[in-house]
Design a protein around this ligand. Sequence first.
Ligand code: SAH
Length: 251
Amino acid sequence: MKVTFIGAGPGDPKLITIKGKEAIEQAGVVVYAGSLVNKDILQYATAAPEDIHDSAGMDLEDKEKVFLDAKERDLNLARIHTGDPSIYGAINEQMVILDKLGIDYEVIPGVSSFQAAAATLCQELTLPELCQTITLTRAAGRTPVPEKEALAEIIKTTPTLILFLSVSMLNTITPTLITEYGADAPVAVVYRASWPDEKIVKGTLSDIAEKTKAAGITRTALIIVGKVLDKVAAKSLLYDKGFSHGYRKSK
Ligand code: SAH
């Protein structure tokens, strides 16, 4: 018996890996994060309906019971998380319990929502000379962020910034972002990337909070900030005579 943590992908049930889908098919018990995982993923499950659990209403103790019960019945358990489990997935606390219970586990990665958002935008997040670093982070809210990771600090190199779990705080974040990126910096907010009701809001740091509010987006969205979003700047740099690459030497 083992527990397999599976990244379900960002929403579209076709964005799960083949390996993840197979692990769901082969599991006798399924626990999924109902608040974000698309329930269509459950179409791959063959477990009995009473062995398919939504973790939304479960605390750690409830999860421990389900793990233990699966162990006693020698049934593999598929633990389905949204996006990729390594990013804000809260898998570590479950692994601590599994270690305590002497249950083996493995992780199958998934397509993270930031990758789905980039795909939706048809956007490369790293562009030669313009930006070669992506920072995945969140603003401090109810969940604290270590002080030295305060937004004002980590944006000093103006990376391509991807903010998870922060769209409800957009209003209070933008003044900080403006200090490094400037008021005209391009921003995209992507709501429910890869879901049928996906929405994109584009703007600058000076108007994005207002536009996002007008679109009624308060959750399940990513904020992407950075020069790479400015397609004109990106193109002009790539075709600039001074820019050389393997096939075209600079003159
Ligand atoms: N492990 C997940 C992230 C979980 S934290 C991943 O890799 O994507 C939950 C946050 O992820 C949400 O608040 C939102 O910021 C983001 N998110 C999850 N799914 C999303 C989606 N389909 N579109 C946009 N943002 C999403």
